[in-house]
Design a binder for this molecule. Structure first.
Ligand code: RB5
Length: 142
């Protein structure tokens, strides 16, 4: 189960992400927002972050205008490792190395085509389980 959250800046792109997940048969919970009306991104960043750390959802996807504000917000929640990715290399590396559990993107930064490839890369790349990466991730939580 994937937790989805966006602000008004990410709303249109998130509708494309939802269609894409549906086409792949991937279940999601939509934590809003639900229109292009101006809202405050921290509300949605926190909802998705809490859904992931509570175990309600396995991973999260967040979209705002830049991806920055909403990823900063999510990373304030203990146990969240939100990665702001605008390329597939980073999306794969953050899964392999950081075991990132939330993907953040900026809808004003990249187009929908690339965003959907990044989503696929993030969801399909497993954590490496390498000892050094497990150790470093544990150090983040200290
Ligand atoms: C909203 O205008 C914008 O500030 C927001 O989407 C995001 O880019 C914040 O980091």
């Amino acid at each position: 189960m994937i937790a989805l959250g966006c602000d008004h800046g990410g709303y249109t792109m998130m509708q494309e992400v939802k269609k894409h997940l549906e086409s792949r048969g991937i279940e999601y919970k939509d934590y809003g927002c639900y229109s292009e009306e101006s809202v405050d991104y921290p509300e949605y960043g926190k909802k998705v972050a809490n859904a992931v750390v509570s175990g309600e959802c396995d991973k999260g996807i967040l979209i705002c205008g830049t991806g920055i504000g909403i990823s900063i917000t999510a990373n304030k929640v203990k146990g969240v490792r939100a990665a702001l990715c605008h390329d597939c290399f980073s999306a794969a590396a953050t899964r392999e190395h950081n075991n990132a559990n939330v993907l953040a993107m900026g809808a004003r930064v990249i187009g929908v085509g690339l965003a959907l490839q990044i989503v696929d890369t993030f969801l399909d790349t497993p954590f490496s389980n390498d000892e050094r990466h497990i150790r470093r991730i544990a150090m983040i939580e200290d």
